[in-house]
Design a protein around this ligand. Structure first.
Ligand SMILES: NC(=O)c1ccc[n+]([C@@H]2O[C@H](COP(=O)([O-])OP(=O)(O)OC[C@H]3O[C@@H](n4cnc5c(N)ncnc54)[C@H](OP(=O)(O)O)[C@@H]3O)[C@@H](O)[C@H]2O)c1
Length: 290
């Protein structure tokens, strides 16, 4: 009988990491997952207490290493050269491109950090003869833990309604955490993915307004959606900011509601059979875990 393959996972407690750990264990991998906090025992998973800055004792060799946490810290750790593995899959973000030319300084800095992490990863991988793949998700949802789709649901529940400007028609591709976990595993079995960066969008492209309408219609009772003239929406938003509400909803985010953020899934479909689902959130998926 051959020995189980060994996977090391960073970010295994995160919204993408949780389904990835479950899938690895179900596929018979021996999994070591690093967390900064003690974690309850889960069958098939060995939790190692540590972080990317304080690496715990890890297996001397791993068949694959997955990064579902901060990509910049992961790439810096890999570049130190302590890892022994032939295979790395790292989650990055489509924000690397979307926020590249943002009007907001902080957003441009995030985009630059994401691109630098990818550069560092591929440099280190080519020095160390590692086949590395980067997956860039779009709007992540499905675990009730994201800051976009779930946040809209929470705000709508609290306010018993939701408002959008009528020009919030930029296209979106929300992607489910289970499809991302499946994508990370599928890369391991697909040699063509080595050395590549893939966009991993959701399986449906829909206008921002329609995305919000579907979120609201999944809730019980279903909050009302008010579609306002853009000028009136901006005036209300300014008032809300002055009152200390919606401070993190900046002008760049408002402008993006009009922009299409669309990515091509065809390379991922071709190279590793990526098959993401459409956008049909359930109330449970829009509810933060207890
Ligand atoms: N959420 C989105 O909409 C979205 C969109 C595009 C791309 N992404 C990318 O996809 C990846 C996963 O996202 P996610 O939303 O699943 O993440 P998440 O739920 O925020 O979880 C992040 C994980 O990273 C771990 N972590 C944080 N700092 C760490 C450190 N210094 N050392 C080691 N581990 C650390 C945390 O683990 P512990 O707390 O257990 O230590 C946590 O489980 C990230 O690279 C993210 O940028 C996310």
């Amino acid at each position: 009988m051959s020995a189980a393959r060994v996977a090391v996972v960073f970010g295994g407690s995160g919204q993408i990491g949780v389904p990835l750990l479950r899938r690895l264990a179900a596929d018979g991998w021996q999994v070591v997952a690093v967390s900064r906090s003690p974690r309850p025992a889960v069958a098939g998973i060995d939790w190692a207490l540590g972080s990317l800055e304080r690496i715990p004792d890890l297996p001397r060799h791993a068949d694959a290493i997955f990064s579902c946490g901060p990509s910049d810290a992961f790439a810096r750790w890999l570049a130190r050269g302590d890892a022994s593995t032939p295979r790395v899959v790292m989650f990055g973000s489509t924000s690397a491109e979307v926020k590249r030319d943002s009007s907001d300084d902080a957003e441009r800095a995030v985009a630059a950090r994401l691109r630098e992490a990818e550069r560092l990863l591929f440099d280190a991988a080519s020095r160390m003869d590692i086949a590395a793949t980067v997956l860039r998700p779009t709007l992540v949802h499905g675990a009730g833990r994201d800051l976009n789709v779930t946040r809209i649901a929470q705000l709508a529940r609290r306010l018993r309604g939701f408002a959008l400007p009528s020009d919030a028609i930029g296209l979106r591709q929300p992607v489910h955490v289970e499809d991302l976990a499946a994508a990370a595993l599928a890369c391991i079995a697909a040699p063509a993915t080595a050395g590549k960066v893939y966009a991993v969008p959701g399986g449906e492209t829909l206008p921002y307004r329609e995305m919000v309408a579907r979120i609201l219609s999944a809730l019980r009772p279903s909050p009302r959606l008010a579609v306002l003239p853009p000028g009136l929406f901006r005036a209300l938003l300014s008032a809300a900011r002055i009152a200390g509400v919606a401070r993190d909803f900046n002008d760049a985010a408002l402008a993006r509601m009009r922009e299409d953020l669309v990515f091509d899934a065809a390379p991922a479909m071709r190279d590793f059979g990526y098959a993401p689902r459409g956008f049909a959130p359930t109330e449970a998926e829009l509810t933060p875990p207890a």
